[in-house]
Design a protein around this ligand. Structure first.
Ligand code: A2P
Length: 320
């Protein structure tokens, strides 16, 4: 069974969703919690890979790379209502962190901020709950959710360019692992953006896989630091389309290639604008559709972008 999406889109697999609901969550036992930044931090971000054993529950074996699962934080909000469910992207392959479909994992960044009115410390409820969990602790989980931001039914028919910023890396760690484990006949380029090199997530893993697998390329885009050895300095992910145009433009031109984007809202604007610069109209129209009368992509205002420009058959967007 498969899901046919937009005309010309690759066939997507039929996926299970909501086998565990907020009314009927499953209990996951924390297996592991580890920091996934490089260490020697320059910015104040704390990001952890947290995995949960869900063996024996309906969630076990029911998820796919690109989907999310829900976490129900304990306690109540300021109005006395139970905290709402939060969705987190799976950061593990479709076979789970254990290889048997029994351990789901996500990557979670602590939200640490200031209340703008009272200027008191604000701690994100779910993110700090998850990052505080210790191995052996139990948490209530739901899901999976999402049907569209996944690899096609037949992954080997395609090549992939993945653009991630921050924790938007989660689905791509999952998808890259699926593709490499299946020895898919695909060329895979992952472009990861972060403020400093010390904020890169899973950098050691991606570097290792890129050195071992000739079909996997790992590029970084560091926005606040000069990194001459990476061949580019103080750049956003989309600028890799220019610095590495020799390899990326032929890939974009090739009908096999699919582009996936996950991370900070607005990142898709820069990526699509550069694609519009680099690609002929007939190829660009496979990645994006522009509303009649909207005019050239380069002139569409950032605020209007979501209304005027939509993902086409070869582009998958998940920005938040
Ligand atoms: P910056 O914050 O320096 O402007 P994180 O989630 O760890 O904060 O990382 C998000 C990364 O995405 C940062 O490097 C951030 O750069 C970058 N970024 C911010 N806005 C955009 C955008 N519109 N397009 C691409 N990258 C962006």
């Amino acid at each position: 069974m498969s899901v046919q999406t937009e005309q010309g889109s690759p066939k997507l697999p039929e996926l299970k969703v909501n086998v565990a609901t907020p009314a009927n969550p499953v209990v996951g036992r924390v297996v592991e919690s580890r920091q996934v930044t490089r260490g020697g931090r320059k910015s104040a971000s704390f990001v952890r890979h947290v995995s949960f054993d869900v063996s024996g529950t309906p969630l076990a074996g029911s998820f796919r790379a690109g989907q999310s699962f829900g976490v129900l934080p304990p306690g109540t909000d300021e109005r006395g209502k139970p905290h709402k469910l939060r969705l987190y992207s799976l950061a593990c392959p479709s076979t789970g962190d254990d290889g048997e479909g029994n351990v789901v994992a996500t990557v979670c960044k602590r939200v640490i901020d200031e209340h703008w009115e009272t200027h008191k410390l604000f701690l994100g409820v779910a993110s700090n709950y998850i990052c505080d969990l210790q191995p052996g602790d139990e948490a209530l989980l739901t899901g999976p959710s999402g049907k569209r931001f996944v690899l096609p039914e037949d992954p080997s028919k395609h090549d992939y360019i993945f653009f991630a910023t921050g924790t938007g890396i989660a689905p791509f760690r999952a998808m890259v692992m699926d593709l490499l484990q299946a020895k898919a006949d695909s060329r895979i380029v992952l472009i990861m953006g972060s403020p400093y090199t010390t904020d890169l997530l899973y950098d050691d893993e991606f570097t290792k896989w890129a050195s071992e697998c000739s079909n996997f390329r790992y590029l970084t885009a560091i926005s606040r630091e000069y990194v001459p050895e990476a061949g580019a300095s103080k750049i956003y992910v989309q600028e890799r389309l220019k610095t590495n145009a020799d390899e990326l433009v032929p890939m974009l031109m090739n009908p096999r290639t699919l582009v996936y984007v996950c991370g900070i809202a607005g990142m898709e604007v820069g990526i699509i604008r550069l694609m519009a610069d680099l690609l002929p109209e007939d190829v660009l129209s496979q990645y994006v559709t522009v509303k009649d009368g909207a005019g050239p992509i380069a002139l569409i205002d950032r605020k209007e972008f979501g209304r005027q420009v939509r993902a086409g058959s070869r582009l998958f967007l998940e920005v938040y």
